[in-house]
Design a protein around this ligand. Structure first.
Ligand SMILES: NC(=O)C1=CN([C@@H]2O[C@H](COP(=O)(O)OP(=O)(O)OC[C@H]3O[C@@H](n4cnc5c(N)ncnc54)[C@H](OP(=O)(O)O)[C@@H]3O)[C@@H](O)[C@H]2O)C=CC1
Ligand SMILES: Cc1cn([C@H]2C[C@H](O)[C@@H](COP(=O)(O)OP(=O)(O)O[C@H]3O[C@@H](C)C(=O)[C@@H](O)[C@H]3O)O2)c(=O)[nH]c1=O
Ligand SMILES: [Mg+2]
Length: 296
């Protein structure tokens, strides 16, 4: 497949370049300045030039706290920008896979969220991503899949794993919220899942393969559990470590409110696409191995 992906340096786009190329696909990453999601005309132009077999919409405004004070930009990129990608995919008549987030939910449910559960974002980032989902499904429902992923980490770009390792390098203890639970998911595993979904959509036009899907790693934990796993994995590899103090959300005030329950139920994508990502602790080991290699 010839696959166009939005963004150049993001975690998911970098993972797709690696995994897609390894599987013999041609993966073309298109980002700024040629494709700027805040400039819709550039989106159509840049994607048409590539004439791909499928488009992966992975670029987004992802600064959750900063979005609270930059809401116009967050909506332009994540809402209107996502709609512009969908219009380009429709014009090219190719499948679109749009990446979204667990933060579209308010987190008050006491079980993992299924695709049909009501959304209710608690911050600007989640609301702007929800606007993007809606734009995609209104513009190009006949050939789009929205994949909601969560708590993304990888050897690339900025993420919670790297933040924790940086903090541990100069302190013995880190306070991390223990009352927000979710599914830490590696971008490398996400790339594998996206490639399976893309192949299914390219070869099969069935509506059942389109629509919204939850796609996270198996297993769950709080951010504090995630931090503990990071430090355990770092310790065995000779990397920095710290002890984790489990704190409450109220003890770690942030501009954006995050959902307390971010867990996503991934039954539908397993049934419809045959996609099941590995356990999150297994993927974390892969990411930690890669970080050690990168540091050598
Ligand atoms: N990170 C996470 O924890 C989660 C992410 N997601 C979603 O997954 C997707 C991938 O996220 P991830 O890989 O982590 O993202 P990153 O934060 O690692 O990277 C963001 C990417 O978006 C690009 N980008 C930002 N603004 C624009 C713009 N105006 N025009 C074009 N490109 C732009 C960046 O461009 P450049 O390369 O130029 O810097 C970069 O490639 C996103 O849709 C995100 O909402 C969902 C759940 C969790
Ligand atoms: C750095 C740090 C964070 N925290 C808390 C704050 C927050 O509740 C939680 C995670 O913090 P972060 O800011 O790294 O994560 P955050 O940016 O909220 O991560 C989110 O990013 C967007 C893009 C998504 O789509 C989500 O799925 C999710 O991955 O941990 C601590 O408790 N202690 C700390 O030292
Ligand atoms: Mg962050």
């Amino acid at each position: 497949m010839r696959i166009a992906v939005t963004g150049k340096t993001g975690q998911v786009v970098t993972s797709l370049m690696e995994r897609g190329t390894a599987e013999g696909h041609e993966v073309i990453a298109i980002g700024r300045p040629e494709l700027d999601l805040a400039d819709p005309a550039s989106v159509a132009r840049a994607l048409e030039e590539v004439s791909p077999d499928a488009i992966i919409s992975a670029a987004a405004y992802t600064a959750v706290d900063k979005a609270e004070s930059e809401s116009d930009l967050a909506y332009a990129v994540n809402g209107a920008g996502a709609g512009a990608v969908a219009e380009a995919a429709r014009a090219l008549d190719v499948p679109l896979i749009h990446i979204s987030t667990d933060y579209v939910f308010d987190g008050t449910l006491d079980r993992p969220y299924v695709e049909s559960d009501p959304t209710g974002p608690t911050g600007v980032y989640g609301a702007s991503k929800l606007a993007g989902e809606q734009a995609v499904l209104a513009t190009y429902p006949e050939n789009s899949a929205v994949l909601r992923v969560a708590w993304v980490h990888s050897p690339f770009g900025g993420n919670f794993v790297k933040t924790m390792l940086r903090l541990a390098s100069d302190r013995d203890e880190v306070g991390v919220v223990g009352d927000q639970v979710g599914n830490p998911t590696s971008a490398l595993a996400i790339a594998d899942g996206i490639l399976e979904v893309a192949a299914n959509m390219v070869s099969n036009g069935s509506q059942e393969l389109r629509g919204i899907f939850h796609m996270t790693a198996q297993g769950e934990g709080s951010w504090a559990d995630f931090a503990e796993a990071i430090f355990a994995a770092s310790t065995v590899r000779g990397g920095p470590s710290a002890s984790v103090r489990h704190i409450g959300t109220a003890d770690y005030p942030t501009p954006a409110t995050r959902p307390a329950n971010s867990r996503l139920d991934c039954t539908r994508i397993a049934k419809v696409h045959g996609v099941a990502l590995p356990q999150w602790r297994t993927s974390l080991d892969e990411v930690m191995d890669r970080l050690q290699l990168a540091a050598q």
